[in-house]
Ligand binder design. Structure first.
Ligand SMILES: [Zn+2]
Length: 346
């Protein structure tokens, strides 16, 4: 118990929050990861509408165990949701029309060990059974050489790792017959910018729903004109990878129910923003992914609240801003190709 509290305080905080939540907050354990004689649960928290066709927002954190800040942003968000639901009627009203799910600690074993990969040494963002169709950078793009090197995909023909399988199965069930879903998967990495990525990770080709992403980007910029925080782009613009779970799920949804919209987003918080102000962090690798000073941490928590709230409102009101006429879709697609792909589909 002491070891668990010391190595994975986020799980304690999450279970404490769950115990304080009212009956309008549902929770379940997707699976348990055996680790050093313990069973580490992967929790999913659900709020809002139970209608299977309600629009949905999903928030995922901690797929990379060393990137704890994403998990902490989600715990802080969940905390404020639980508190607001006790008195804020507008929040209760909002949640009648939307389904919200949060998976704050998707890789509890990796977080326990303070490492990027899961306890088997597999990078869960390289482990989905999907190969990139564009050229990938060596190692970083995913490899099968050794579990002792970062970005290891796992052995070929092996099933997905249990953490990823649990996320995958949950998402497949969730997406079934649901007309509109946005997910935000929280990461932190190198760089000065906070990046907001959309698929594909494994291909430099544009997604079918490029027009929807164009609208979301425009809507956010127009609604929050002072929020020039995020660099919005297809993930493959930064680097191409094998085995991206969101590519797999996006394509799955496209095939199974082409009439619906699923937009999986990844927030990559730029950790050099933190290092710049506290160069001592460079001395310890794992701290690069995690801001150390408490005031800086609360600022990071605060600065992404607007994005999460915006995505929730955008999901709920998607019928008000999504374009449905073919000529409008074509026009937005052309504008998006110009913005992100130099005008041409590759
Ligand atoms: Zn990450």
């Amino acid at each position: 118990m002491y070891q668990l509290k010391r190595h994975l305080p986020e799980l304690f905080e999450l279970e404490h929050l769950i115990s304080r939540a009212g009956s309008d907050v549902r929770f379940r354990v997707l699976t348990e990861i055996p680790h050093q004689g313990q069973a580490l649960p992967i929790h999913a928290i659900e709020l809002g509408s139970r209608a299977p066709d309600a629009p949905s927002l999903g928030l995922i954190g901690g797929i990379h165990g060393v990137e704890r800040i994403g998990t902490q942003v989600l715990l802080a968000y969940l905390h404020s949701l639980i508190m607001r639901l006790r008195w804020d009627e507008s929040m209760a009203e909002q949640l009648k029309h939307i389904h919200l799910f949060i998976i704050p600690i998707a890789n509890p074993g990796g977080m326990y060990l303070n490492q990027r990969a899961n306890p088997n040494g597999v990078d869960l963002m390289r482990n989905a059974p999907i190969d990139a169709t564009s050229h990938v950078p060596k190692l970083l793009g995913g490899h099968r050489l050794s579990r002792h090197l970062p970005w290891y995909r796992g052995k070929k023909q092996c099933p997905m790792q249990p953490e990823l399988q649990a996320l995958h199965d949950y998402m497949i069930q969730h997406l079934n017959k649901r007309p509109f879903t946005i997910t935000l998967d929280m990461h932190s990495g190198f760089g000065f910018n906070d990046r907001l990525w959309f698929p594909y990770a494994g291909s430099v080709s544009p997604i079918r729903d490029l027009n929807v992403m164009y609208r979301i980007n425009r809507l956010f910029a127009k609604t929050f004109p002072n929020h020039t925080l995020y660099k919005v782009e297809p993930q493959a613009h930064s680097y191409t990878t094998h085995g991206d779970i969101w590519d797999l799920l996006y394509d799955h949804n496209l095939q199974q129910q082409p009439q619906s919209t699923f937009m999986p987003l990844t927030l990559e918080m730029g950790s050099w923003l933190w290092v710049k102000k506290n160069p001592r962090q460079l001395l310890r690798y794992h701290r690069l992914f995690h801001p150390e000073l408490p005031h800086r941490q609360s600022r990071i928590l605060r600065r992404h609240y607007s994005l999460i709230d915006f995505l929730m409102m955008a999901a709920r009101g998607h019928n008000n801003w999504m374009k449905t006429k073919p000529e409008q879709i074509a026009k937005d697609t052309r504008a998006a190709l110009k913005l992100w792909y130099d005008g041409a589909a590759k």
